[in-house]
Write a protein of this length. Structure first.
Length: 324
């Protein structure tokens, strides 16, 4: 019996070694838990593009959009891929927020962190025809009547786009935050809603407003970064410049499914660490006004645990925390 057990262990180790040496041996599935054109979609497609351009990955990479539930649909899908080394998903703060606000039973602990890649920041925009010309004007209107300004975003109620606006509003002295109207849209609908007058202000990411800014259809009133960014948004003030003492960091990173094999985790940490040092990656980071923020697996997990507690504190203050 002992001999059989030893043989089984040796056989398992042999098979694992073969898998590790040949991985990846077939096409990879990259998932954006949102629709086309959003931050998740842009990030995962750019990563796939750079990995292929640099030759760091030779196998085909198939990118699939899986929108719904502010990322909850994609997160639930990953639970069906336990141990799968060929499925990878991109996430950002909503991964934590949709759990803390009770929208899903799953959390970041139900994924395998591979690496944080970038920091992005939030932006607040209005239609070019809007009567509002500064973020302080919007906050003053909300102080008088919290229902006077309709806010919209891509993420779900209580998730990133909603929370970054509420954090700014709270710092600006707005009370009755629960009474502020927030409408959630799928990617592709948010700008149309803003331009069509269905919402008054759009709370979103830098990348999402850059293209619209080029068309001259919107005004970007403020961004949530600690300092101004370069490029098309160089003239947009930070919240702090507008007298609002608030920031919001939109980190983005890649995750594997639960119990992803160690050899796959090691492969991706090594491969992504090389990718972020390439000139191709430098170019896309500059193009989208991102900030490089590479952080490998275990360190990334520690960061998520810390930030999760910070988000929990904020959500409790806003009355949106649904945990125990």
């Amino acid at each position: 019996m002992k001999v059989k057990i030893v043989l089984l262990i040796v056989s398992a180790l042999f098979v694992a070694t073969i898998f590790a040496e040949t991985y990846p041996a077939k096409p990879l599935n990259f998932i954006a838990p949102g629709g086309p054109g959003g931050g998740w979609d842009t990030t995962i497609r750019v990563v796939a593009q750079v990995l292929k351009e640099t030759g760091l990955v030779t196998q085909p990479i198939v990118v699939t959009n899986m929108p719904g539930g502010g990322g909850g649909v994609g997160l639930a899908h990953m639970q069906t891929k336990k141990n799968d080394p060929y499925t990878i998903i991109v996430f950002s703060p909503p991964l934590l927020l949709i759990n803390l606000t009770g929208q899903t039973q799953y959390s970041f602990k139900d994924l395998t962190p591979l690496a944080m890649l970038i920091h992005d920041y939030g932006a607040f925009a209005v239609s070019k025809k809007s009567k509002y010309n500064s973020i302080t004007e919007i906050m003053e209107a909300l102080k008088k009547d919290p229902k006077s300004v309709r806010v919209g975003g891509i993420s779900a109620f209580g998730s990133m786009d909603h929370i970054q606006f509420l954090i700014a509003a709270k710092a600006a002295g707005v009370t009755n935050l629960k009474d502020i109207t927030y409408v959630s849209f799928q990617e592709g609908e948010h700008l149309a809603a803003l331009l069509g007058g269905h919402i008054d202000v759009l709370s979103t990411g830098l990348a999402e407003v850059t293209t619209a800014l080029q068309t001259g259809t919107i005004k970007v009133l403020a961004i949530t970064s600690p300092q101004r960014v370069s490029g098309l948004l160089a003239n947009v003030p930070t919240l702090k410049e507008e007298g609002i003492d608030a920031e919001f960091v939109n980190w983005r990173g890649l995750f594997g499914p639960p119990e992803m094999p160690d050899y796959a985790v090691e492969y991706w940490i090594n491969t992504l660490s090389k990718m972020v040092q390439t000139i191709e990656w430098e170019r896309v980071v500059a193009k989208y006004n991102w900030t490089k923020a590479f952080m490998p697996g275990e360190e990334f997990m520690s960061y998520l645990e810390k930030v999760n507690e910070e988000y929990k504190t904020v959500l409790k203050e806003l009355g949106l925390y649904k945990g125990e």
